[in-house]
Design a protein around this ligand. Structure first.
Ligand SMILES: NC(=O)c1ccc[n+]([C@@H]2O[C@H](COP(=O)([O-])OP(=O)(O)OC[C@H]3O[C@@H](n4cnc5c(N)ncnc54)[C@H](O)[C@@H]3O)[C@@H](O)[C@H]2O)c1
Length: 345
């Protein structure tokens, strides 16, 4: 049984704890929050064996094999350092880091410590993208040519996302990291993104952030494929998570946040869907969000890979490449020209 410790007690920590219920080879043995009340509440909610208010203590615990980092972007590097120096395998949520250089530092830490690592990029594990990927890989749409993807909602739920200086960026970093990785997943990780062009603007939330709340980026792959990714914190009415793939022999469309339940309600009924925007009127709840968005499939894959000593589908190397591609997008936003992707070390 793999013993898992979760760092964090917010939104994504809850998703990860929920996803562990679907992994029969793993058990949640420890959780950490800076706030003792939140640490206790999380432990009670998810039946964690022990709770901690000291990250070092959780990482050093003999009852933890695998540390899962569910903390804000600015806390990832330090958390990876603590887990790796305790010799623990480590999973880090997306984005791996705030810049390619910081991601390179994270990669250096795990390589030097020789610990197993998984980059928790959930999108590629969602059932919709997994099915589309399987169909594309089987040649169903011929040679892949283009991808168009959009990930959007009305804006983050916590202040750390809005502070672009400490978070490392705005909507492009926060949401674009998913769609950049979708493109790499479909077009091939041995087929690098060579050049990017991006535009970003703060069109709605200038009172809250200096980061972009709207962005579009074009990614050119060495093999000639083109990906268009759109990221926004300006879109009301719930999550948007869509992909379109075009190939020489057809096309594939995915809509990860589409639902099989909808209705008109006059009285609020509690949680419907992440960032639903409305709790009465016409509503579109997503059943089993943890599974629909791929969190359970991701956690199962990571635990089984770690248990059997395999390299997972998503590693910190992937997180580093994504950060480097996003760095080039941010450079393009300021130079207003195509920018080559360079790899920070
Ligand atoms: N699809 C996904 O994989 C996905 C979805 C949402 C968020 N995320 C990522 O998860 C991370 C956290 O986002 P969230 O939505 O859970 O945020 P959140 O605000 O809901 O939770 C963050 C948690 O970290 C704690 N925290 C904040 N600063 C800290 C610090 N300096 N040291 C220790 N603890 C600290 C908070 O108290 C809280 O428990 C971000 O990197 C975000 O990009 C990933």
């Amino acid at each position: 049984m793999i013993r898992v410790g979760i760092l964090g007690s917010g939104f994504i920590a809850d998703c990860y704890a929920d996803s562990l219920l679907d992994v029969r080879e793993a058990v949640l043995t420890a959780n950490y929050s800076r706030n003792p009340d939140r640490a206790t509440a999380f432990a009670t909610r998810w039946k964690s064996r022990t709770h901690h208010t000291d990250m070092t203590e959780l990482c050093a615990s003999a009852d933890v094999d695998l540390v899962v980092i569910a903390l804000p972007n600015e806390a990832h590097v330090e958390a990876v350092r603590l887990a790796a120096s305790a010799g623990k395998a480590v999973i880090c949520t997306k984005p791996l880091a705030r810049t390619g250089a910081e991601a390179a530092e994270i990669l250096r830490i795990v390589r030097e410590a020789g610990v197993w690592h998984g980059y928790a990029e959930s999108s590629v594990f969602s059932p919709s993208l997994q099915k589309a990927h399987q169909m594309a890989a089987a040649g169903g749409i011929g040679e892949l040519l283009t991808m168009r993807a959009r990930e959007a909602h009305s804006g983050p739920h916590a202040p750390h996302f809005w502070d672009a200086m400490s978070a490392g960026g705005g909507a492009l970093l926060d949401m674009g990291c998913h769609t950049v990785e979708s493109a790499r997943h479909f077009f091939g990780k041995d087929n690098p993104v060579v050049e990017v062009f991006a535009h970003g603007a703060t069109v709605v939330h200038g009172d809250k952030t200096t980061g972009e709340d709207t962005a579009v980026a074009l990614l050119k792959f060495e093999g000639g494929q083109l990906a268009i990714i759109e990221s926004a914190w300006t879109e009301k009415g719930g999550m948007q998570l869509r992909h379109e793939f075009v190939g020489t022999g057809g096309r594939l469309v995915t809509d990860t946040s589409v639902t099989s339940v909808w209705g008109f309600i006059e009285k609020p009924v509690g949680h419907l869907v992440e960032k639903s925007g409305a709790d009465t009127g016409w509503v579109y709840p997503v059943p089993e969000e943890t599974r629909a968005y791929g969190f359970s499939q991701q956690m199962r894959h990571f635990v089984q890979s770690f248990e059997t000593g395999r390299t997972p589908l998503e590693t910190f190397e992937d997180g580093w490449v994504v950060n480097c591609i996003l760095d080039a997008c941010y450079r393009s936003m300021s130079t207003r020209t195509w920018e080559p992707v360079t790899f920070a070390s």
